[in-house]
Design a protein around this ligand. Structure first.
Ligand code: HEM
Length: 422
């Protein structure tokens, strides 16, 4: 990818949208986006698309180049939320809480603000800190599996993946058990923030959910201020008090972000990963025989069916991607799911191969916004999958047809029913 070099063919290139059939909102795309991604990547890898963003990029090399480029900024979603306030006739109705809170979501921020906040938050999610969570994660997985042992069947999403990811992020942040379910429901509403098309009504619901989350967090923070605990919220309060670098509003926004980002993605990854293994019995058998393969197996399931399928960036300068020129101010949708199945980077990309080498997928993005929770997501997924398949070695899919959550950006199963014998 280069900055534009005054190419004489620019206009011609911009108009040359090829005949790739592509509808982000089609239920077939939702169920299985990969054939569409292959079509786009082969025929029109930098595709002009006006509905969900201006350009759709599907090749691994192009996605990686945009992620690393200094000529792009993050999605301007907080600004567009703020602008929606003009649709309210009564001024007491507004989206201010949502607009401010999302403006402090790291993935919508740019340097230097991003650098400062990420520096403060990052330490709490390092591999060393996360590794200390191992016994706790194992304990929760064991408890969840004990609960279903007698039944001979389970829904992996509702009875393992989702409660595990909620419990783990709660433990790390310091959120007590009795509040976890309510927070999970609120952040479920808020997760629509990632989708490209959101109605005013949905924004209002998200604003309301954010206010409720923060009302709860204010009380929790006040309690931690009086009596600090060994948790992330107490550490952030200390950072705020020591150097006055973190405001109360920022603290609330960060806690909201971390709870939301930490639970749904990981829950979906465990569900998607188990489905992939159940659909590839030879890979499942190898992993059961060789549990030490779990790290490489988890990288592969994360590549194969990524929980976050798309990211948006905005060009800050005219840039060339593939043979197209993208103008400053235009939106670029990066298809991580398509890049992770690019045959130019991954031989036989549609095959699940837990022995895959050089698996440099982009499921956690790259560069300054590389997923902060990647070490935690990896550890949780490794422990959940290995324990599940060792505890119930004869898991069987209850149905060959699965239903996916209705989201373009987030990829996750509504449920994953399996049977087993003890
Ligand atoms: C397998 C599960 C996960 C996946 C696939 C995933 C994916 C991603 C991706 C693609 C980004 C980049 C966003 C962008 O560049 O616009 C990201 C950023 C982020 N993720 Fe994750 N994530 C996962 C789990 C987690 C967990 C467990 C946490 C824990 C708190 C977390 C926290 C974050 C945060 C805070 C950012 C923003 C980083 C920044 O912009 O500096 N994620 N994640």
């Amino acid at each position: 990818m280069n900055k534009e070099q005054n190419s004489p063919n620019n206009n011609e290139k911009r108009d040359s949208t090829k005949g790739v059939k592509f509808n982000l909102f089609d239920h077939k795309f939702n169920a299985n986006p990969y054939p569409t991604y292959h079509g786009l990547r082969n025929e029109d890898p930098v595709h002009r698309y006006f509905v969900g963003g201006d350009w759709i990029v599907t090749r691994y090399a192009d996605v990686k180049a945009v992620l690393k480029s200094s000529c792009v900024s993050t999605d301007d979603r907080p600004k567009s939320i703020q602008e929606r306030n003009k649709y309210f006739l009564h001024k007491e109705k507004n989206l201010d809480t949502l607009a401010y809170t999302t403006s402090r979501f790291l993935f919508y921020m740019n340097p230097p603000d991003h650098t400062r906040l990420r520096g403060l938050v990052g330490k709490g999610f390092s591999s060393v800190v996360v590794e200390r969570m191992r016994p706790h994660i194992q304990e929760i997985v064991n408890e969840l599996l004990d609960k279903v042992r007698h039944k001979g069947s389970m829904d992996i999403v509702a009875e393992l993946a989702s409660p595990l990811s909620v419990s783990v992020i709660s433990k790390l942040l310091g959120i007590p058990k009795e509040a976890q379910q309510q927070l999970h429901q609120w952040t479920n509403v808020l997760s629509r923030i990632l989708d490209p098309l959101v109605s005013l009504k949905e924004y209002e619901a998200m604003n309301q959910a954010t206010e409720e989350i923060q009302e709860y967090l204010r009380t929790l923070i006040a309690a931690r201020e009086k009596e600090p605990q060994e948790d992330f919220i107490s550490n952030l309060i200390a950072a705020k008090d020591q150097s006055d670098r973190l405001s109360q509003k920022e603290l609330l926004a960060i806690c909201t972000l971390l709870f939301g980002a930490g639970e749904e993605t990981t829950g979906n990854t465990i569900g998607n990963g188990m489905l992939a293994l159940l659909q590839h019995p030879n890979q499942m058998e190898q992993l059961k025989r060789e549990p030490t393969m779990i790290q490489s197996a988890v990288e592969e399931v994360i590549r194969y069916d990524s929980a976050i399928q798309m990211l948006t960036r905005i060009a800050t300068d005219n840039i060339e991607i593939g043979n197209q020129t993208i103008k400053a101010g235009e939106k670029i949708v990066l298809c991580l799911g398509a890049a992770n199945r690019d045959p130019a980077q991954f031989p036989n990309p549609d095959e699940l191969n837990i022995n895959r080498e050089h698996n440099q997928h982009v499921a956690f993005a790259d560069s300054i916004h590389y997923c902060l929770g990647a070490p935690l997501a990896r550890l949780e997924t490794q422990i959940a999958i290995n324990t599940l398949i060792q505890t119930f070695p004869n898991l069987k899919l209850a149905s060959n047809k699965q239903e996916w959550k209705k989201s373009i950006v987030i990829r996750g199963l509504k449920s994953l029913s399996v049977s087993f014998t003890n």
